[in-house]
Design a protein around this ligand. Structure first.
Ligand SMILES: NC(=O)c1ccc[n+]([C@@H]2O[C@H](COP(=O)([O-])OP(=O)(O)OC[C@H]3O[C@@H](n4cnc5c(N)ncnc54)[C@H](O)[C@@H]3O)[C@@H](O)[C@H]2O)c1
Length: 374
């Protein structure tokens, strides 16, 4: 093993602990044994999309808590499916997702496949009566979003999204310390050093909705989440500036202002690969509350004269709580937030594609059109 690899393992262990680091390595190599303790009867979970996130995050948290509870796995790549079958202690790798929908034991379907496939799988699973956890983005086109919202309306409370930042310990703590009386306009700023995504990566396929769907959606969703504490505004003015217009969804600054005076900025930069993975700094202010979150490893909150500081180990960007949403009432989010953040995200996808620097979004109108589209 090269020195750089050893260093990475060391640093990841410091961030995430030994068990998660081991599972991340096992997910990449697909060669190491992963011990699973405990069994669950009946086995009632299925996983669609057995790549790195499906195995090393969703699979890791589910098997750590529930042991052998995953019954079926599916992936278009046979090797990914077979290795996940072994690593997650599942019963069968099925070649057709229809087998998952027909299986009466399966109550929960986790979806972590490519972005363009999320909606179809989620709608089919909802229609089959399953509870669905779908990774971000939940849709890559307005048509997909309209279908998903229609399916969710028929089965409320059964659909959960993989947007994890709102479930992080830091964002929850901020919510708790802010109390229920935030009334004023808010400011949110996110600086993100993201992964370098090469030209051949599947995220770059035009069908997959650009890096706005692949990555930026996380912080757009976080913005909508913090807005929801006070009330989501109706009008959004959006500005997008790229460092180099030839890379329209890399190295950009996105600003959004609302008709209630809120302002959001996101700088997504990927000029070199961050050694410890994605790294983010979040700053927030509303009324007398000021908050700094440093990479979900530490936070500070000032509320008037009081100061609260906390460190998080392991680093907690909210994946664990997000994965358990289908099982825990307290971890549920109002689906309307995800609908709004997806509407906003898709408008920004249009801006990237059309190299449009400015846009405006009337939320009520957009949601009405989506509801009328089905
Ligand atoms: N919430 C987060 O922080 C976070 C982080 C990373 C990835 N993700 C999400 O997880 C999902 C998977 O990403 P990843 O990093 O594991 O990518 P990956 O490339 O490692 O895995 C994707 C897997 O999906 C499979 N796949 C592709 N098309 C499929 C289809 N139509 N049906 C079934 N399987 C299919 C691929 O063969 C591959 O095994 C994506 O939606 C991604 O955005 C979320």
């Amino acid at each position: 093993m090269k020195l750089a690899h050893l260093r990475k393992v060391w640093r990841y262990t410091g961030l995430y602990g030994p068990a998660r680091t081991y599972c991340k390595i096992a997910g990449r190599t697909r060669k190491l044994p992963v011990p699973i303790i405990g069994r669950h009867d009946p086995r009632d979970i299925a996983l669609i999309g057995c790549g790195q996130f499906g195995v090393s995050t969703i699979g890791y948290f589910l098997t750590r808590k529930y042991g052998r509870r995953i019954k079926l796995v599916h992936d278009v790549d046979e090797f990914a499916a077979q290795s996940a079958l072994r690593m997650l202690g599942a019963r069968e790798a099925v070649s057709s997702p229809a087998r998952i929908l027909e299986d009466q034991d399966i109550r929960y379907v986790y979806i972590a496949s490519n972005h363009a496939s999320h909606t179809d799988y989620a709608v089919a699973a909802l229609e089959a009566g399953k509870t669905v956890y779908v990774e971000k983005p939940v849709a890559v086109t307005r048509r997909q979003l309209a279908r998903l919202l229609a399916a969710e309306r028929k089965r409320p409370g059964r659909l959960f999204a993989g947007y994890n930042r709102p479930h992080s310990a830091a964002v929850r703590k901020l919510r708790e310390l802010s109390g229920d009386n935030l009334q004023g306009a808010l400011s949110l700023n996110c600086f993100v050093s993201g992964h370098v995504i090469g030209p051949d990566h599947w995220y770059r396929d035009p069908q997959e909705g650009t890096r706005i769907c692949g990555n930026a959606g996380h912080w757009i969703d976080l913005f909508v989440h913090v807005l929801s504490w006070r009330g989501i505004p109706d009008n959004f003015r959006i500005q997008l500036l790229q460092g180099d217009p030839r890379e329209p969804d890399d190295n950009f600054a996105l600003s959004i202002a609302t008709d209630r005076g809120d302002i959001f900025t996101l700088m997504l930069t990927a000029r070199s690969e961050p050694f410890e993975g994605i790294n983010e700094t979040i700053n927030f202010q509303q009324d007398d509350v000021i908050c700094k979150i440093d990479d979900f490893r530490r936070m500070a909150v000032w509320k008037g004269a009081s100061l609260f500081r906390k460190r998080f180990w392991p680093k907690d960007p909210g994946h664990r709580a997000a994965v358990f949403q289908p099982f825990r009432k307290n971890d549920e989010r109002d689906w309307k937030e995800v609908a709004v953040s997806t509407v906003l995200m898709l408008r920004i996808v249009d801006m990237v594609r059309g190299l449009e620097p400015l846009a405006e979004l009337d939320l009520s109108l957009e949601l009405k059109e989506l509801a009328g589209a089905m």
